[in-house]
Write a new protein. Structure first.
Length: 179
């Protein structure tokens, strides 16, 4: 069983991580909207970048549905045009999931994180084999130019219940202070 406040907490942690980590430049505007529940068959993108956060109590798959269309590829490879889109996007996804892992570490011990891997979207129906207790879909817009979708797939091995302080201000991470 996954409580409603745990579901809200996972969505809040995801939204916060995406807004902070899918930016290429400080001026980027990232919007995240949770979509109504639906099946796996109508999700856009022919490729998925998949990352996981796991513990003894649960496995959380964070699945970014991405295609390397012109605007998406240009956005993410802006400062690294010699690298492939999926390689660069995998690093951005890793930053997002790393932030989620840190936030969830406030509520759970012994969390592990996978490296990003790319799958074809025809693998989506097999997610049902994991018997997820909760699935959430999100649309991500960046600068009104880039549109991505993400699916959160939470598989619980024990009851999951935690509360996230949704009023907390975002803390800045990753900056270096020079004296």
């Amino acid at each position: 069983m996954i409580s409603e406040q745990a579901k809200q907490g996972v969505n809040h942690i995801f939204t916060k991580a995406v807004k902070a980590n899918l930016v290429v430049e400080h001026s980027d505007c990232v919007e995240v909207a949770q979509l109504p529940d639906a099946g796996f068959s109508d999700l856009p993108g022919k490729n998925m970048v998949v990352l996981t956060i796991s513990s003894y109590l649960f496995r959380l798959l964070i699945i970014f549905h991405v295609d390397a269309d012109r605007s998406t590829e240009a956005h993410f490879t802006k400062f690294q045009p010699e690298r492939s889109f999926h390689e660069v996007f995998g690093e951005f996804g890793n930053l997002c999931v790393g932030a989620m892992n840190r936030d969830m570490g406030n509520h759970f011990l012994h969390l592990g994180m996978s490296t990003p891997y790319v799958l074809e979207s025809r693998s989506l129906p097999f997610l049902n084999e994991l018997k997820p207790g909760y699935i959430a879909r999100h649309q991500i817009g960046i600068n009104n130019d880039v549109s991505l979708h993400a699916t959160l797939c939470l598989c619980a091995y024990a009851p999951i219940d935690f509360r996230v302080d949704m009023s907390a201000v975002e803390e800045e991470t990753g900056t270096i202070e020079l004296f």
